[in-house]
Design a protein around this ligand. Structure first.
Ligand code: GAR
Length: 217
């Protein structure tokens, strides 16, 4: 059984999607702990409801960022966590945690990386005027949203979209691809060579998604 540790800062809808995937039998894994940097995170309520242990760990309680991430790594290791899930964790993870879990930390980002890394990926896409955006699950390295990409989902961006409307459309895809990426990991189907993630027995599908749809050809 794959043991997960989830880090989340807010609402926790991706955390919930992973809980639901486990409860339905889609994902064979167990969430050992939720760690949050926000005492008001709604993710805590979700953990409570599902009987998942949670820890509130605040950076200000540690002498340095490195100490903070070392303490997080220790809590995760103590609970036998194999894979760390960043489910809306709004901080750049530092070395002590990355070194404790090399290519064992997954993040979800609300844009098609390498476009629009960092904060507010959805607003960046709307402001730029791209016609397609989406979300990305990737392994975490020391950069900001730069690690090897596991899976991406594309959604259209309409010219009357707002940050909120695009965020909702992207979120629906986040809730599909995050549990799937974890499932691929749990099934031992992911390997990383340089920055390329290879997926064993990966079906290939050629679709023809354009936005706007091409008329007449
Ligand atoms: C999600 O849209 C996630 O992609 C994003 O925060 C939201 C968290 O929602 N993460 C980032 O922007 C990371 N840089 P949730 O708390 O409902 O899962």
């Amino acid at each position: 059984m794959l043991n997960l540790g989830v880090l989340a800062s807010g609402r926790g809808s991706n955390f919930q999607a992973i809980i639901d995937a486990i409860n339905s039998g889609y994902l064979k894994a167990e969430i050992k702990v939720l760690i949050t940097d926000n005492p008001n995170a709604y993710a805590i309520e979700r953990a409570r409801r599902h009987g998942i242990e949670y820890l509130i760990m605040l950076p200000k309680d540690y002498p340095s960022k490195d100490d903070y991430y070392r303490a997080i790594a220790e809590e995760l290791k103590r609970r036998g966590v194999d894979l760390v899930i960043l489910a809306g964790f709004m901080r750049v993870v530092k070395r002590p945690l990355i070194d404790a879990y090399p290519m064992r930390i997954m993040n979800i980002h609300p844009a098609l990386l390498p476009s629009f890394p960092g904060l507010h990926g959805q607003k960046q896409a709307v402001d730029y005027g791209v016609k397609i955006s989406g979300c990305t699950v990737h392994f975490v390295d020391e950069g900001v949203d730069t690690g090897p990409i596991i899976i991406q989902a594309a959604v259209p961006v309409y010219d009357d979209d707002t940050e909120e409307s695009l965020s909702e459309r992207i979120l629906r895809q986040e809730h599909r691809i995050f549990p799937y990426a974890i499932r691929l990991f749990a099934e031992g189907r992911l390997s990383v060579e340089g920055r390329i993630v290879r997926i064993k027995d990966h079906p290939k599908e050629e679709s023809h998604f354009t936005n706007p749809p091409v008329e007449g050809i």
